[in-house]
Unconditional design. Structure first.
Length: 158
């Protein structure tokens, strides 16, 4: 009887862990969608609008967009970084005795470094007002997000 109860307890712990993992992963995915959507809109849509709208109308649209993003995007970025750190911790696995990383671990580490850099840059800029020395626009973060998406897709297949 204890063995059966012990097995049920173990199954419950595994089920609880999986539910927590899935919840954090969903939070991570949604927060990344918000951040990447902002970068997509800024780099591909608003830049094109600048060419077609008058200067006053473009400033009005850009101002509205800026107010909206300042309220949502920084929080999404923090959530993406915090949930990403948790997912990295769970997904990385153990390091073999010969200290050789698997392809998955190498790509996951590269993805984490890019994500942490984006997060640190965003937090310093938004919450502390520290402007980056280089790459003041959103083009480089947009390219890095695209690279992170590609890494996410290929790291499980290698």
């Amino acid at each position: 009887m204890e063995y059966i109860n012990g097995t049920r307890a173990c199954e419950a712990e595994v089920r609880r862990f999986l539910m927590d993992f899935l919840l954090v992963k969903l939070i991570h995915i949604f927060s990344v969608f918000i951040y990447a959507g902002f970068l997509f809109t800024d780099n591909l849509i608003l830049m094109r609008m600048q060419k077609t709208l008058s200067e006053d109308k473009y400033k009005e649209v850009r101002g509205y967009f800026a107010k909206l993003t300042r309220a949502i995007v920084p929080k999404a970025l923090v959530l993406a970084v915090v949930s990403g750190v948790y997912l990295f911790h769970i997904s990385f696995g153990s390091i073999p005795e010969d200290n050789s990383f698997s392809s998955f671990q190498i790509l996951l580490s590269l993805k984490a470094i890019l994500g942490l850099w984006l997060g640190l840059r965003g937090v310093l800029q938004v919450f502390f007002g520290i402007q980056p020395f280089v790459f003041k626009g959103h083009r480089l973060p947009f390219i890095l997000v695209i690279m992170i998406i590609f890494l996410s897709q290929i790291m499980y297949s290698i």
